[in-house]
Ligand binder design. Structure first.
Ligand code: NAD
Length: 261
């Protein structure tokens, strides 16, 4: 070791990598797409809301990055296959998939209709399965892949008023572990991030219904709710080669709220 060897910053370099972020039009997905692009990746912003997906892709391009927007409904296997084809056509490969799109109904289970819980499970669980299946052949052929699944503390410890969403995320957590064991031999890692409550458009109803951010933050050792960048930073790590020897793991990014193994 010579003098000055520690003077360089450690970089997470995703130059040459192609990443798909489902639900990338807003919230955690948007922040993740911007951060992966900042690290050098080419992005496919896949969202049911084409307008928001396009605005994120435009923002990345305006900052000198490469990105396409692709209207995707993750509940449809055909739509996620078209998403994967669009990513391959635009960027030539698929290295990273962030399974971020999800919806949740905030009600007591007794008040939920079968339509409510079918929707929660179709987007949150089936969406993750459809998107993962859609990228699998490309990642297997490349012998490289990083799949990051958004889970939730709700799926780890159970959350009242979010029972079906908890079930769907519990399913995503189990899938993360099992799928990781199937695809490790192809140098594909599959990991999960479990945020606590995060300040996103999708979470506003839940935050307000529970008495506001300040009140909720009192339950968190770090005494604040998450901002999207808190979650995106963990996703970036799991999407990079910094995490190359970790697979089948679920990491809570919840300000210390959830401290389970
Ligand atoms: N915000 C939180 O407090 C929180 C906590 C724990 C986990 N999470 C998880 O983080 C992820 C992102 O959450 P968020 O709060 O940023 O969500 P959000 O509601 O703000 O954004 C979700 C995005 O997904 C898109 N989407 C919805 N249905 C879709 C479909 N069928 N196909 C494609 N796209 C679809 C929406 O258009 C939207 O752009 C989710 O998986 C969520 O479960 C969030």
């Amino acid at each position: 070791m010579t003098d000055g060897e520690f003077t360089m910053a450690v970089n997470i370099d995703l130059v040459g990598k192609s990443a798909i972020v489902t639900g990338g039009g807003r919230g955690i997905g948007r922040e993740t797409a911007l951060l992966l692009a900042q690290a050098g990746a080419c992005l496919t912003i896949a969202d049911l809301d084409e307008t928001s997906a396009k605005s994120v892709a435009d923002e990345i391009q305006s900052k000198g990055g490469r990105a396409i927007a692709f209207k995707t409904d993750v509940t449809s296997a055909e739509s996620t296959q078209a998403m994967a084809r669009a990513a391959l056509d635009a960027h030539g490969r698929i290295d990273i998939l962030v399974n971020n799109a999800a919806v949740w109904t905030t009600k007591l289970f007794k008040d939920m209709t079968p339509q409510d819980y079918e929707r929660d499970i179709r987007v949150t669980l089936f969406g993750t399965l459809n998107s993962s299946r859609a990228v699998l052949d490309a990642m297997t052929a490349q012998k490289y892949g990083r799949i990051v699944n958004l889970i939730s503390d709700a799926g780890r410890i159970g959350e009242p008023y979010l029972s079906v969403y908890s079930a769907a995320k519990g399913g995503v957590a189990a899938f993360t572990k099992a799928f990781a064991k199937e695809v490790g031999r192809f140098n594909i890692t599959v990991n999960g991030v479990a945020p606590g409550i995060c300040n996103t458009p999708g979470a506003q109803g839940f935050i307000e219904g529970a008495g506001g951010a300040e009140k909720l933050a009192k339950a968190y050792p770090l005494r604040r709710l998450a901002e999207p960048i808190d979650i995106a930073n963990v996703i970036l790590f799991l999407a990079s080669d910094m995490s190359a020897y970790m697979t089948g793991q679920i990491f809570s990014a919840s300000g210390g709220y959830t401290t389970i193994g």
